[in-house]
Design a protein around this ligand. Structure first.
Ligand code: TRH
Length: 385
């Protein structure tokens, strides 16, 4: 019989929480033949990721996943074999009572946020006894071998390689979004939070000869999905009301605003680009599977805990890069995340384009050697029963 899974997600803000849980749910169904309910307390973010979804439906099916609205006023539901509370959201007390009463008891997992920090390896998979008398296990995604790994669908990297070798598919995908870049333009995608120093980076791209060697100078076609960074782009362009479809040219830089696309298409967008700016958690991982150099705009935490996460990731990521390239990448990431001027650090980084591109692919292939997060979760469940 198929094991059943309940995944609970509160949509804090942005798209990451629902983005990660929906991706996990789909993969459990498609690759492990599981029966999955995804409980979401606010469907508005979900609708952006999954066009065609209904923001008001109490129950709907997408890609074999039963997507349920998680109401404030909880209605009794029979717990599943495996219960995941994503990112420390709190299960409804009545549901915990039902878990207690269930025979056999469900496996209760807390799926944690992604971090490259070393302490994660010591905490991954640890149980903690709850006041309800049930054990809850902490499951940590991660980059290091003794963590839960990263979400990665089967065959993802092969699909990317096939796409890269198919210029017609690439052109058709771009044309569908109304993107017709100049033949020699470099595509960059920009999915980021607000950034006070963005204008200095756009200046660099608009005046490419001033910031690269003559042979490396190149026009850029910047693709910006609608979202939080748009107001900084508007300020730099000196325009208001930028919407999907808008195209503006300044010097060597063409800026095009894109609609928010479905998750599967976001991958293709990343694969079309030579460089990606990604943010949060899920787009950050997708950017790595794209095998392209990137800037990570990390989600800012009140206590500044994000800097330790950024440094921990860089420590792993820089291994194998020349010192110069590693330093310039670090500087770019630091400046970006501090909202600082990007002029010098970006110019320095431009010198290492080829090396960074080779490195990004190598990093992707190395990470792909580890079991993916969904497989690791299923394995954890099998070992537990
Ligand atoms: O939206 P985010 O900023 O989410 C964040 C992070 O997850 C962070 O860790 C969390 O604490 C905070 O929210 C509350 O960034 P993230 O994680 O990259 O999620 C974006 C999702 O949107 C991801 O699944 C990719 C998807 N996406 C699309 O489907 N289409 C698009 O066009 C774009 C730009 C993104």
């Amino acid at each position: 019989m198929k094991a059943s899974w309940d995944i609970f997600c509160t949509a804090v803000d942005n798209f990451g929480d629902v983005g990660v849980t929906f991706r996990l749910a789909r993969q459990l169904v498609a690759e492990h033949d599981m029966k999955v309910r995804l409980w979401v307390d606010d469907l508005s973010a979900f609708v952006r990721l999954c066009p065609g979804a209904d923001a008001k439906a109490e129950l709907q099916w997408h890609d074999g996943v039963q997507v349920c609205f998680w109401p404030g006023d909880w209605q009794p539901a029979e717990p599943a074999d495996v219960v995941i509370e994503a990112f420390a959201c709190r299960l409804p007390p009545a549901y915990i009572e039902a878990m207690k009463a269930r025979n056999p008891r469900p496996l209760w997992l807390n799926l944690e946020y992604l971090s490259a920090e070393e302490w994660v390896t010591g905490c991954h998979g640890l149980p903690s006894l709850q006041s309800s008398g049930i054990q809850k296990f902490f499951f940590f995604p991660g980059f290091r071998p003794s963590t839960g790994g990263l979400l990665r669908e089967a065959g993802l990297i092969d699909r990317r390689h096939a796409f890269e070798q198919n210029p017609t598919a690439r052109q058709a995908f771009l044309a569908d979004l109304g993107i017709y870049p100049q033949a020699d333009a470099r595509l960059i995608s920009l999915f980021a939070y607000e950034h006070a120093g963005l204008g200095s980076w756009l200046d660099c791209l608009a005046h490419s000869q001033a910031h690269s060697s003559v042979q490396d100078a190149q026009p850029t076609h910047l693709l910006v999905p609608e979202g939080r960074i748009i107001s900084d782009v508007e300020r730099w362009l000196g325009v208001d009301g930028l919407r999907a479809g808008a195209v503006h040219v300044r010097g060597d830089l063409t800026i095009q605003v894109l609609p928010f696309v479905r998750q599967k298409d976001y991958d293709l967008l990343l694969w079309c680009c030579a460089f990606n700016v990604v943010r949060g958690e899920d787009s950050f991982v997708r950017g790595q599977w794209a095998g392209r150099p990137l800037i990570w705009h990390i989600y800012e935490q009140d206590d500044d805990a994000h800097w330790a996460k950024l440094d921990a990731f860089l420590e792993l990521y820089l291994a194998g890069l020349s010192e110069d390239a590693g330093q310039s990448l670090t500087q770019v990431w630091r400046n970006w995340n501090a909202g600082q001027d990007m002029t010098q650090s970006w110019s320095a980084l431009e010198k290492h384009r080829d090396e960074l591109t080779r490195h990004a692919e190598r990093w992707c292939l190395e990470r792909a050697l580890q079991d993916d997060l969904t497989t690791a979760l299923v394995q954890f469940y099998r070992n537990w029963i």
